[in-house]
Design a protein around this ligand. Structure first.
Ligand code: G3P
Ligand code: CA
Length: 360
C-alpha cells in the first residue's frame, strides 16, 4: 500500500501544540527502566516491565536475542543459563563452552523454562548476582517475546492514557550473523508492525555494534521506509561486547576511536544518541571534592546527539565513591554532567528525582 510521506495525524498534532512546545518536550530529561524495574523484580520479566510502567518512566528497555525458530525473546544475554532452569530442564543441550544458548532452543522449549533473578553458579549452587534483590526461584516468571512485551506496553498506553516508549537493544548482532540470523531486520519488522517507524515515535533502537548501526541507518531503514532513533552504545574494548570474525576467528571490536576528539561527530552521522558506561561521562578518578567530567556530553550535544549513560544502581557497592548517595549521583549526572537521560534498575528513584526538579 502507498505510504504517505507524512503522517496526517502527527502533522495536525504538531500544528496544534506548536513547535515551541514540541522542542521543549524533546529537551526534557528521561528515565529508561533498565531491563524493567529490575532492582525489584527479575530482569526482563513481564512483572518487572509492568512495575516500571506504573512508575511513570519514559521508556522501558528490552534486550533482544533470537531463538532457533527465529522468535525474538527478551533476555539480556544470548545464554539461558544465568536466569532460567535450562540446565535442569534440558541437560546435555549446552555447547562445548558449557553455556546454553537461546539460539539452540525453540520458543516453545524456552516457554517451558522457569525464569528467575540473575544468578551465577558457585560450588554447584545458584547465587544471586545482587544479594538483596528479589529472591531467586521465588514465584513464577517466564521468558517472553518482544511482541508480547510491546503489546503489553501499548495495551497499558490505551488503558491508562499514558504514553510510554520502548528502548530496544539488539544483542550481539555479530553472533546472530555468524549463526545465519539477521536480528536487526527481525527487530525492525516488529517495530514497523507496531507502528514505530519515525523519529518522533516513542522508540529507540540501540546497539553496541557500530557497523550494524550503520547498516541499519543506511541500508535497512531506507529499505523498510522507516527512520527511527538510533543509539550507539559504548563499551570498553576489553569487555568483548562486540566481536568481529577475522579469518574465521573472533576478535574484540576496538572501541578506542570512540574516545578520541571528533568521535561524537562521526557517530552523529549514523546515530541520534550515545549510551556510554557512566565512568565515560564522570571519570572514575572523581572525588566528592572534585568531579572530573569527560568531554563526551559536550561533544555529543555539539554534534546534535542525546546522551543516555548506563547503569545506575542502588545495590551495595554500586554507587561511585564520589557521590554522597543515589540522589546526589542523579544530580551529578542529570544536572552537572547534563545528560539527557539515564538507564537505571531503580527507575522510581530517578522519576521521583526529576519530579522534584520539575523536569518530568
Ligand atoms: O543498553 C544500555 C545498557 O543496558 C547496556 O548494558 O549490558 O545492561 O545491556 P547492558
Ligand atoms: Ca541493554
Amino acid at each position: 500500500m502507498f505510504k504517505p510521506l507524512y503522517n496526517p495525524k502527527k502533522l495536525l498534532l504538531s500544528l496544534l501544540i506548536g513547535s515551541t512546545l514540541s522542542s521543549f518536550a524533546y529537551a526534557e530529561k528521561i528515565v529508561v527502566a533498565h531491563r524493567g524495574a529490575s532492582g525489584y523484580l527479575p530482569e526482563h520479566s513481564m512483572a518487572a516491565k509492568s512495575m516500571a510502567y506504573a512508575m511513570d518512566v519514559d521508556y522501558i528497555e528490552q534486550d533482544v536475542v533470537m531463538t532457533k525458530d527465529n522468535a525474538l525473546v527478551v533476555l539480556h544475554d544470548h545464554y539461558l543459563d544465568g536466569v532460567t532452569n535450562v540446565a535442569d530442564r534440558y541437560p546435555g543441550r549446552q555447547r562445548k563452552d558449557g553455556r546454553y544458548y537461546a539460539i539452540d532452543f525453540t520458543l516453545a522449549e524456552i516457554k517451558t523454562l522457569e525464569m528467575t533473578e540473575a544468578f551465577k553458579m558457585k560450588d554447584g549452587k545458584a547465587k544471586a548476582v545482587y544479594a538483596r534483590r528479589f529472591p531467586i526461584w521465588a514465584s513464577d516468571f517466564k521468558v517472553h517475546t518482544l511482541e508480547e512485551e510491546i503489546e503489553m506496553i501499548q495495551g497499558l498506553n490505551i488503558s491508562t492514557g499514558k504514553n510510554i516508549g520502548i528502548y530496544t537493544e539488539v544483542k550481539a548482532p555479530w553472533f546472530h550473523r555468524h549463526e545465519g540470523k539477521d536480528i536487526s531486520t527481525a527487530v525492525l519488522k516488529v517495530f514497523k508492525k507496531y507502528g514505530y517507524t519515525e523519529k518522533e515515535d516513542l522508540a529507540y533502537f540501540q546497539s553496541f555494534d557500530a557497523e550494524e548501526l550503520k547498516r541499519v541507518k543506511f541500508e535497512l531503514l531506507p529499505k523498510f521506509n522507516m527512520d527511527v532513533k538510533l543509539v550507539q552504545l559504548i563499551a570498553e574494548t576489553s569487555w568483548g561486547e562486540t566481536m568481529q570474525y577475522i579469518d574465521g576467528k573472533p576478535e574484540a571490536y576496538n572501541y578506542d576511536w570512540m574516545f578520541k576528539p571528533g568521535a561524537m561527530k562521526i557517530i552523529s552521522k549514523y546515530a541520534d544518541g550515545v549510551g556510554p558506561w557512566h565512568p565515560m561521562v564522570v571519570a572514575p578518578e572523581s572525588t566528592k571534592d572534585k568531579l572530573v567530567f569527560t568531554s563526551m556530553v559536550k561533544d555529543a550535544h555539539q554534534a546534535g546527539m542525546k546522551v543516555h549513560p548506563y547503569t545506575f544502581r542502588l545495590d551495595e557497592g554500586q554507587i561511585p565513591a564520589y557521590a554522597q548517595d543515589f540522589d546526589n549521583l542523579l544530580d551529578i549526572f542529570y544536572n552537572q554532567a547534563n545528560v539527557d537521560g539515564v538507564f537505571t534498575d531503580f527507575p522510581d528513584r530517578a522519576v521521583d528525582f526529576l519530579k522534584r526538579q520539575n523536569n518530568h
